[in-house]
Ligand binder design. Structure first.
Ligand code: ZN
Length: 441
């Protein structure tokens, strides 16, 4: 008797071991994906796409397509579809960009493309937070849904897209995709994109991006001998403007420091370059003519506008105060993204009951034991702007709580337990949104 119980225990142990070795390991998939170098300037998109493609094929009910967005460059986009039973309903689209920013290996504790997991479960890699975590979490969430509920039938279709080039503006990525026939046929009703880590117990969610402007202000003036005092030199005019912009920047920053507004809710105007002077010779040693006041001078600013700002009012301020013609100043703005949608509305997604997608999303996060913090404007930009400009409600959300914000930073990492909790959150979100039959605007 004792012997047969021992045998039975051995057999059970053997099968459990076998099961464990064949059970897909999401953390392992995450590490494998992080090891594919998709950092700029030379992202390996084909390998990343084929890895995700294989992973998707191991999950029930998923259909896959690879689109080539550019006829001459390797810019593949992987589109994964979980068909819903009512294709006439607007679909849900989950997005993750394939690329990442570069990393400086010498500044990292662990090599940035080895995806080393430390004893306490932290996985160090470029892209761990931005945004390869969500790429794997989406798929593992769908795998879990069918594992736990084999008979689950989504009503709405769910798509996942893996796009190239987000980190360099998305012109050969999301911008091309939204123009494609494939995208139009998808009838996207709600878009979920990347967000950012939260340092506390609540998940952050973003309902808008700030829009970047590249602003150059330029002054011209009478040139003159370095020894001469006269009014309206180009340098004097520019320096006056630099002071005015600095004052404006200080006032905006004061609102943040006083806790009245978040960083992303004010206009930032950060100086990024100053250009003036006459180069002394062509030797390239950077020496300038010192006894001559130049006839031209300019300054460059990175300006970011929250969607609540009236862009025309800011342009007027620039024309009146920052670069007034009365001081021989001119300016040039390159708007790096849209500020209003096709109907002229600010690029904002409602986070109240007027947006049924929001209500279902929020309840789903809570049903999985998650808590959302007050919705925010993202300080930077993401591919979500390409959706909002089409009037498609879009939220930025990466379920990373109790995690330092390390996107684009050295030693970017994500802890395995946080990553796995994020999969549970997406299981709830995907299940709820794909089962949601109610009317949407
Ligand atoms: Zn990102």
């Amino acid at each position: 008797m004792v012997k047969s119980i021992w045998h039975l225990t051995l057999i059970i142990f053997f099968f459990l071991t076998l099961l464990r070795s064949t059970t897909p390991d999401p953390v392992y998939h995450f590490q494998q994906y992080l090891r594919i170098k998709t950092a700029h300037p030379d992202p390996d998109y084909p390998t990343a796409v084929s890895y995700l493609h294989e992973l998707a094929k191991s999950i029930p009910n998923l259909q896959t397509r690879i689109l080539n967005l550019h006829p001459h460059k390797p810019k593949p986009l992987l589109l994964i579809t979980l068909p819903g039973s009512n294709p006439s309903l607007p679909s849900l689209l989950l997005n993750s960009h394939l690329d990442s920013v570069p990393a400086e290996p010498s500044k990292w504790l662990h090599p940035p493309f080895d995806a080393v997991k430390t004893d306490d479960g932290c996985i160090f890699a470029r892209g761990a937070q931005d945004d390869k975590c969500i790429a794997i979490q989406y798929l593992e969430a769908i795998r879990n849904i069918f594992y736990k509920h084999p008979g689950f039938k989504p009503i709405r279709t769910v798509h996942i897209c893996y796009v190239p080039d987000e980190e360099i503006g998305g012109l050969d990525g999301m911008a091309k995709f939204v123009e494609s026939d494939e995208f139009k046929e998808m009838n996207v009703g709600f878009f979920l994109d990347e967000g950012q880590a939260s340092t506390n117990d609540e998940y952050r969610v973003f309902y808008a991006d700030r829009s970047p402007w590249n602003l150059v202000i330029k002054a011209t003036g009478q040139p003159g001998h370095g020894s001469k005092m006269f009014d309206n030199s180009a340098m004097e005019n520019l320096m006056k403007s630099v002071e005015v912009v600095s004052k404006f920047r200080e006032n905006q920053f004061d609102l943040v420091k006083a806790g009245v507004a978040r960083n992303s809710e004010v206009i930032s105007a950060n100086p990024v370059y100053l250009k003036a002077g006459i180069v002394a010779d062509s030797s390239g040693d950077g020496k300038f003519v010192m006894n001559m006041q130049p006839s031209e001078a300019e300054a460059g600013y990175d300006v970011r506008l929250p969607p609540t700002v009236d862009p025309d009012l800011l342009k007027k301020r620039i024309a009146d105060e920052w670069a007034p013609a009365s001081r021989n100043m001119s300016f040039h703005i390159v708007e790096k993204g849209p500020l209003r949608d096709y109907a002229g509305r600010p690029l904002v997604t409602a986070t109240n009951d007027s947006n049924p997608w929001w209500t279902v999303f929020k309840s789903a996060v809570e049903a999985a034991g998650g808590k959302l913090s007050k919705p925010e404007i993202l300080a930077s930009t993401t591919d979500a702007r390409y959706m909002r400009v089409r009037g498609i409600p879009s939220l930025g959300f990466s379920p990373m709580k109790n995690t330092p914000i390390l996107l684009h930073d050295h030693n970017e990492f994500l802890k395995d337990t946080i990553f796995l909790e994020g999969i549970k959150i997406y299981e709830s979100i995907i299940k709820a949104l794909s089962s949601f039959e109610g009317a949407t605007p």
